[in-house]
Design a protein around this ligand. Structure first.
Ligand code: G6P
Length: 368
């Protein structure tokens, strides 16, 4: 059917701004807004007796899976094995039928992800698909389909599909936690309540950060390399930020676990390489700030993406500090996705690249 850009310059921009609405739609499918519980839809896979969860995906979907790993392990005490599909399919990973597997794919047609799915199926695993296209091959070959309900995503660089994938994975991790008895009914209510706040918080953030990000992007469009760092779920988000920037602006970018900084990337730091630090004021905040100090001590320019509490707790000089609302750790990855998406988008716009159709990339990769 017909999809247009509305009032936006690019599909990517439109899709970034659509996120509160589509996440709200996805939540409507997976949670009960009145009772703050997960819905029956999340129960299509019974996680009760599952010994291990395998997750496989490519690109941005893989990074959503990496965030999901933290959630399944924390809330459901379910060990997660995750790999990019191109490795997963050939690793000869030992699998047994008491494991479950999740395949995350916007298109549902990615060749490597489909091959990983078939490998797991041959090994007798219960298969779940987190997909945007419900009629896709991956959906058809799965035992349980979890649609992300993002609507058609046209921009090659994934945005709304990523945050909808996160929304579905968070709901599934809470459901798994309840089924396995690792979170209480009260904890479920608390977590679901946080999830239901995501659309409203995202709308507020989209309205408040636009101007600052545009200004910052002008400076970012002049640099050759960018490093993103974060801890916990902000680590996969750092990788997603780097992926977005390189995909559409062609600026070299890398995402690293903040704790790995001193094991290599610190050698690259000078006044020409901005370091984007993703650090909500969470359990890891102090640790990430000490990594930030290492950057500052070497003359590195810092773009600090944090919340009000985090901004108040650090007095390090920064090139820019982007202040987001204080939110629960569960939903921080959704909220903190916005500045990294907008930063990549506006930087690419300044550079004049083809934002929706970046060179050499395809929306869906159906060949190996
Ligand atoms: C391509 C796209 C990416 C996407 C990846 C996985 O590389 O350009 O945006 O993340 O494929 O696609 P999938 O449809 O499986 O999520």
């Amino acid at each position: 059917f017909l999809v247009d850009k509305g009032n936006h310059r690019h599909f990517m921009e439109k899709e970034i701004y659509e996120q509160p609405e589509v996440i709200s739609h996805a939540l409507g499918h997976y949670v009960d807004f009145a009772n703050h519980t997960v819905n029956a839809e999340t129960g299509l896979i019974d996680f009760t007796g599952v010994s291990r969860l395998a997750i496989s995906a490519c690109g941005t979907a893989y990074l959503a899976g990496l965030v999901g790993k933290y959630w399944f392990e924390r809330y459901a005490r379910l060990p997660v094995e995750i790999d990019v599909a191109s490795e997963f399919r050939y690793r000869e990973m030992p699998l047994s039928p008491d494991q479950a597997a999740l395949f995350i794919s916007q298109s549902g047609e990615t060749a490597d992800t489909l091959a990983s799915l078939r490998y797991c199926k041959e090994n007798g695993l219960k298969i779940g698909a987190v997909v945007n296209v419900k009629e896709s091959t991956i959906a058809r070959e799965s035992d349980a389909v979890f649609p992300i309900l993002a609507g058609p995503e046209i921009g090659v660089a994934s945005t709304k599909a990523f945050t909808c994938q996160l929304t579905v994975l968070a709901s599934l991790a809470i459901a798994a936690g309840r089924a396995r008895g690792t979170i209480t009914e009260a904890e479920e209510k608390e977590l679901v309540r946080h999830l239901t706040e995501v659309p409203r918080i995202m709308s507020a953030v989209l309205n408040s950060i636009q101007g600052q990000i545009e200004q910052l992007s002008r400076d970012l469009s002049k640099v050759k390399d960018v490093l993103y760092i974060g801890r916990g779920t902000s680590f996969p988000l750092a990788m997603e930020g780097a992926l977005k920037l390189k995909e559409i602006s062609y600026i070299h970018a890398e995402g690293y676990a903040a704790g790995e900084l001193k094991h290599g990337p610190i050698a690259l730091i000078d006044e020409n390489m901005p370091v984007i630090v993703i650090a909500p004021h969470d359990r890891f905040f102090e640790k990430t700030v000490s990594n930030m100090q290492e950057v500052a001590a070497r003359g590195g320019k810092i773009i600090f993406i944090t919340d009000a509490k985090g901004a108040a707790a650090s007095n390090l000089p920064t090139m820019a500090t982007i202040v987001l609302p204080e939110v629960d750790e569960l939903i921080a990855p959704m909220v903190f996705s916005l500045p990294i998406q907008l930063l990549a988008y506006h930087t690419a716009v300044f550079m004049g690249t083809d934002v929706d159709q970046p060179r050499n990339l395809a929306k869906s990769v159906t060949v190996e």
